[in-house]
Design a protein around this ligand. Structure first.
Ligand SMILES: CC(C)(COP(=O)(O)OP(=O)(O)OC[C@H]1O[C@@H](n2cnc3c(N)ncnc32)[C@H](O)[C@@H]1OP(=O)(O)O)[C@@H](O)C(=O)NCCC(=O)NCCS
Length: 190
């Protein structure tokens, strides 16, 4: 598929590898600096790297299997999930953090500002949901400061913090924002 635009690029969705830790850390912490995401350390991302799904922007390569995507306000199509093979710039990520065999959280979902509004976060979340279903997760949680409508559009419903499982609240107590948190919680039953 090819869409005409002055600036064309290809985007690919993949799992992350240890070589991506620094780039993921930089991306997440840009949003953490605006209090939109929780700051994550390099050590934390490294230990959770197998829970990350990423989107890269790659130089245009016109082959039969590559989808060319315009950097415009057009819905995008991204290659299917495959192990990271190339070294394009990481412009979006999400992490599926597991609390138990049936409960997980959508963490660190973010998309570089210049690429927002193209459906990239939707694609990342959909892929995280596929992964969660494969792992037999029954319930997904998310916490957000200003993207409530995003999660509602993707089928999540608001849940008050008082109704969150104890193990989630235990993690919350370790957070620097505990007691002064403006994030709302959402859940999705799978
Ligand atoms: C929230 C965020 C990930 C959305 O990324 P995105 O790639 O622009 O989202 P998409 O283009 O996939 O949006 C999918 C739908 O959600 C809507 N949407 C996206 N962000 C929204 C927001 N902040 N408020 C309301 N609606 C939003 C879009 O309009 C779109 O709706 P449509 O399908 O009807 O057109 C991005 O704004 C971001 O990185 N924010 C900072 C980090 C953050 O808040 N993360 C969420 C908590 S983990």
């Amino acid at each position: 598929m090819q869409i005409t635009s002055s600036k064309q690029t290809t985007l690919s969705l993949s799992t992350a590898s240890l070589g991506d830790v620094l780039a993921i850390n930089n991306l997440i912490n840009k949003f953490a600096a605006k209090n939109l995401l929780l700051k994550r350390s390099i050590e934390d991302i490294r230990s959770d790297i197998d829970t990350f799904i990423i989107v890269r922007e790659n130089p245009v390569v016109k082959t039969k299997t590559t989808t060319t995507i315009a950097q415009s306000r057009t819905p995008i199509v991204i290659n299917d999930l495959h192990p990271a093979r190339n070294k394009g710039v990481i412009i979006g990520c999400v992490s599926l953090y597991r609390y138990s065999s049936v409960l997980a959280e959508i963490r660190s979902l973010c998309v570089e500002e210049a690429y927002q509004g193209l459906g990239i976060a939707r694609r990342l979340l959909e892929e995280a949901i596929v992964l969660a279903r494969r792992l037999d997760i029954k319930q997904l949680l998310s916490f957000t400061v200003e993207a409530e409508q995003f999660f509602i559009k993707l089928g999540f419903t608001h849940v008050t913090k008082e109704r969150l499982p104890g193990k989630v609240m235990k993690d919350c107590q370790k957070c620097p924002c505990y007691g002064n948190c403006s994030a709302k919680s959402y859940r999705l039953s799978l």
